[in-house]
Design a protein around this ligand. Structure first.
Ligand SMILES: NC(=O)c1ccc[n+]([C@@H]2O[C@H](COP(=O)([O-])OP(=O)(O)OC[C@H]3O[C@@H](n4cnc5c(N)ncnc54)[C@H](OP(=O)(O)O)[C@@H]3O)[C@@H](O)[C@H]2O)c1
Length: 279
């Protein structure tokens, strides 16, 4: 398969690129392709003729987006519109990666793909609007909602490990519940779906759930770090963007179609820490 990867220098983009021997990749970081520039997108598609686009580029600064809604809209909505339109013109299939932040987090059970959305932040809203444009423009799409993603880049695991080396005592939020997800597992789900024509919307997170506090404790335990972690509430750690309190996703559509390849979050974390040689 000839695959164009947008946002190729981001966490997920780098993980997709690691599967280079199996496919022909066009790895488009922001320096090669600014997805907000419609004519640049069209030129690249006409030259490269991808069969599949794995669209990883996004405005992912959740708090920054609150002060820069137009910037987030341009990347997450207009950029995604450009990708879907170019796919329509050239016959390519599109993977659009979305987020648990499309939900408000008020549910007390895991969200399924057809549950009503109600984003609470600029980031969540623009990712939802990007989803909607992809659905409207292109039939041959797969929308994958993931959450609490970590891989090769800035993420919660790396932040916790860095802070553990700087401070003996940390405060971490315990009243937001989600599913930490490794880019390795998400990439696995993406390539599994690409082998099928099962187009549509999917949830793709690692199995199990925890709070950020539980996640931090597990990171330190697995990495052999001796840190005192104190649970605090979201109200005690105010951020510009509102986060969903309970955004656990049920990978229902994966189970019903190609099968759910995602591991338990603790197992995926173990692999990540071993590969990143932190313990
Ligand atoms: N990280 C999470 O916890 C999380 C959770 C749920 C869903 N997701 C979704 O998963 C996907 C991958 O996330 P990630 O963690 O890999 O994100 P990431 O590491 O922040 O990577 C995103 C990439 O997109 C690039 N980008 C931004 N604006 C662009 C533009 N106009 N044109 C081209 N590239 C542009 C960024 O480049 P610069 O670095 O130069 O800005 C960056 O390399 C995204 O769709 C995200 O919304 C992420």
């Amino acid at each position: 398969m000839k695959i164009l990867v947008t946002g190729a220098q981001g966490q997920l983009g780098k993980e997709i690129a690691r599967r280079g021997s199996e496919h022909e990749f066009i790895l488009a970081g922001r320096d090669m392709l600014d997805i907000t520039q419609e004519s640049d997108v069209q030129i690249l598609f006409r030259q490269a003729k991808p069969e599949v686009v794995i669209h990883c580029a996004a405005y992912t600064n959740v708090d920054g987006a609150e002060a820069d809604p137009d910037g987030a809209f341009k990347v997450n909505v207009i950029g995604s519109q450009n990708m879907a339109a170019a796919c329509l013109e050239t016959g390519a299939r599109l993977i659009y990666v979305s987020t648990d932040y499309v939900f408000d987090g008020a549910a007390n059970k895991p969200y399924r793909e057809f549950d009503p959305v109600n984003p609470q932040s600029v980031y969540g809203t623009t990712k939802w609007q990007g989803e909607e444009l992809v659905r409207q423009i292109l039939g041959r799409h797969y929308i994958l909602r993931t959450a609490w993603l970590y891989g090769d880049g800035n993420n919660f695991v790396r932040t916790m490990l860095r802070l553990a080396d700087e401070q003996p005592f940390l405060k971490v939020v315990h009243d937001q519940i989600g599913s930490p997800t490794s880019t390795v597992d998400l990439a696995r789900a993406i390539f599994k779906l690409l082998q099928s024509d099962a187009y549509g919307t999917y949830h793709a997170t690692c199995q199990g759930q925890c709070s950020w506090y539980d996640f931090a404790k597990e990171i330190f335990q697995q990495a052999g770090k001796n840190v005192d972690v104190c649970p605090i509430t979201t109200a005690e750690f105010p951020r510009p963007a509102k986060r969903p309190a309970h955004s656990v996703l049920d990978n229902y559509m994966l189970r019903m179609t190609v099968g759910d390849p995602m591991r338990m979050w603790q197992e995926a974390l173990q692999d990540y820490l071993a590969l990143n040689k932190v313990n």
